[in-house]
Design a protein around this ligand. Sequence first.
Ligand code: SF4
Length: 76
Amino acid sequence: MKVSIDQAACQGDCICSIICPDVFLLDETGIAWPAEDGVPLSPGGPTSFATVPPQFEDDVQDAASQCPTGAIRVRL
Ligand code: SF4
């Protein structure tokens, strides 16, 4: 599974990072970024996908479904 976040759509409410802090990191402005091995994916954006470790796949799906702006995209 892979995941991306559209930072332009993120409203910084922390929902994703509360559900799965190992995959969703917030920057200093509160905007979310997907992470690989604890490092935020660069450059980010809706077409930049990070690989999700298998143990976090359910939480990532949950976060994507709860994101109020639809900023999180999951690719299987
Ligand atoms: S749940 Fe969505 S809007 Fe909220 S911080 Fe995460 S990506 Fe941004």
